[in-house]
Design a protein around this ligand. Structure first.
Ligand SMILES: C[S@@+](CC[C@H](N)C(=O)[O-])C[C@H]1O[C@@H](n2cnc3c(N)ncnc32)[C@H](O)[C@@H]1O
Length: 458
């Protein structure tokens, strides 16, 4: 057998390990930490990382008005955004906020709750739609919304997208009831302007229950699970629950937040070439992390059912535009490799050669083009940072929530590299705070981190 080795881990249970598993088993990074592997980089930057543990993940938003309308595993917490606003509230009196990776709109919604003008850019049409609905439907009459949502036509049946394997994702009866529910929403004909928003709210509610109605779960990648208590009525029960939640939040918004006058804007575009027409005081964002999470495929069910993709090619098109993750298509990396105008610096080159050597030593690796993938990630990030920098006021801040990576036993200090790029673009590194530990997906005992990098434009 060429690619695997017979190893007896337990006397009574011989186990066949793949070369990949053997590499992990013998990894030099076992029990290692990002902290140890960051020392030389930190020394060069002349900065230390401050410990500041805090709840940063989106899950915390499940009890926050508006944010909870649609869960987004790759999002961050509204509390973190609020803390950032509070920290600088003396310095910026009436700040304009920007998020180049708007996702489901956490920054935009929280800005609006503070009556701050905000702008966001998002590439994924599903997330753009969700973010836009979350910031632009605050005036909808909750009673009209409830009345329409609870009296949907059940004669118009939507047909589940045929490029998705819906019969595998959903139990037969559940699938049928989801098709009735979606058919009812589609059949609703807006009579007045407000009805368009009501329809959008219903679609957001519908998209947010799809995974809970399925045989799938996100942990954070989409995978099958058997441990679910789903029956034919689940779509109606969950939809009604979500609708009630949204109606409740609309009442809170119209009572407690009626003085909100500032607008939020979210654009369906690529942050690399988005044309900025505003000056920002605070940019708060979280770029995709350089890991195995597929930001588009993870939401293919919602994208398909809401009509934002009707085949895999369309999903791939969205993915190819994004800041790359380590499951990017091979063709895209091949094209990138022959480009002449690529951003680089000595750290990137050094990390690339270390990864190259490690892959050679291993003899095989999931993605032999990993050095180029890493390079493209920073090239993408550089272009986005270059594009937004002139639109940040002097004295303004660029705050990024970032996770680092371990690739073929080579540590990748993504946060420090972004900070280094920041210094090249005229920012000073104000702080780097570690908010939580993470585990490497490859070597589980290796401690990675999630940090908040605060850059200040001089
Ligand atoms: C980590 S998520 C941000 C989540 C967001 N903070 C929230 O709480 O909902 C990163 C987002 O960046 C988007 N994205 C990736 N590349 C992009 C690009 N070049 N331009 C605009 N958006 C991009 C992805 O679609 C994804 O939604």
């Amino acid at each position: 057998m060429q690619d695997s080795e017979q190893l007896t881990l337990f006397k009574d249970k011989p186990t066949l390990l793949s070369k990949r598993q053997i590499n992990i088993l013998h990894s030099s990074k076992k029990n290692g930490t990002a902290q140890d592997d960051s020392r030389s980089y930190l020394k060069e930057l002349g900065i230390e990382i401050v410990e500041n543990p805090q709840p940063i993940q989106f899950i915390k938003n499940s009890s926050e008005i508006v944010h909870r309308w649609s869960p987004y595993v790759q999002g961050f917490s509204a509390k973190f955004v609020q803390k950032s606003f509070d920290r600088y509230s003396d310095e910026y009196k009436d700040p304009v906020i920007f998020d180049p990776f708007a996702g489901s709109g956490t920054v935009l919604v929280q800005s609006k709750l503070n009556n701050y003008e905000s702008h966001g850019v998002e590439l994924n049409p599903l997330l753009h739609f969700i973010a836009e609905t979350k910031i632009n439907a605050w005036q909808v009459n909750d009673e009209r919304f409830l009345q329409i949502s609870k009296n949907l036509n059940d004669k118009h049946i939507f047909v589940a997208p045929d490029f998705l394997k819906s019969e595998k994702h959903f139990h037969h009866d559940v699938l049928h009831n989801l098709e009735i529910l979606k058919g009812g929403i589609d059949a609703f004909q807006p009579a007045i302007e407000e009805d368009e928003k009501i329809k959008n709210l219903m679609l957001v509610a519908f998209s947010s229950i799809l995974i809970d109605c399925s045989n799938l779960k996100r942990t954070p990648c989409l995978g099958y699970t058997r441990k679910k208590n789903v029956n034919a009525d689940t779509p109606f029960i969950l939809f009604r629950k979500k609708i009630n939640e949204i109606a409740f939040d609309l009442r809170v918004l119209q009572n407690k937040y009626k003085k909100v006058s500032k607008k939020g804007f979210v654009f369906l575009a690529n942050s690399k070439d988005f044309i900025h027409n505003t000056l920002y005081d605070l940019v708060i964002t979280s770029p995709p992390y350089m890991n195995g999470l597929d930001y588009v495929m993870n939401y293919k069910i919602e994208m398909g059912w809401l009509g934002f993709a009707d085949n895999h090619k369309k999903l791939k098109q969205v993915k190819d535009e994004m800041v790359v993750c380590d499951n990017v298509s091979k063709g895209l990396i091949k094209n990138f490799s022959v480009k002449d105008k690529r951003y680089t610096n000595n750290w990137i080159e050094d990390i690339k050669s270390k990864i190259q050597r490690s892959i050679k030593k291993r003899g095989t690796y999931r993605r032999p083009d990993m050095p180029e993938i890493v390079h493209k990630y920073f090239d993408d990030m550089y272009k986005i940072m270059v594009n937004v920098t002139p639109a940040i006021r002097s004295g303004g801040r660029f705050i990024l929530v970032i996770g680092d990576s371990l690739i073929a036993d080579v540590y990748l200090p993504t946060d420090l590299l972004i900070a280094k790029i920041g210094t090249e673009l005229g920012f000073s590194i104000e702080k780097i705070e570690k908010v939580r530990n993470r585990r490497s997906g490859q070597v589980r005992s290796y401690r990675l981190r999630e940090t908040v990098v605060t850059l200040r434009k001089e």
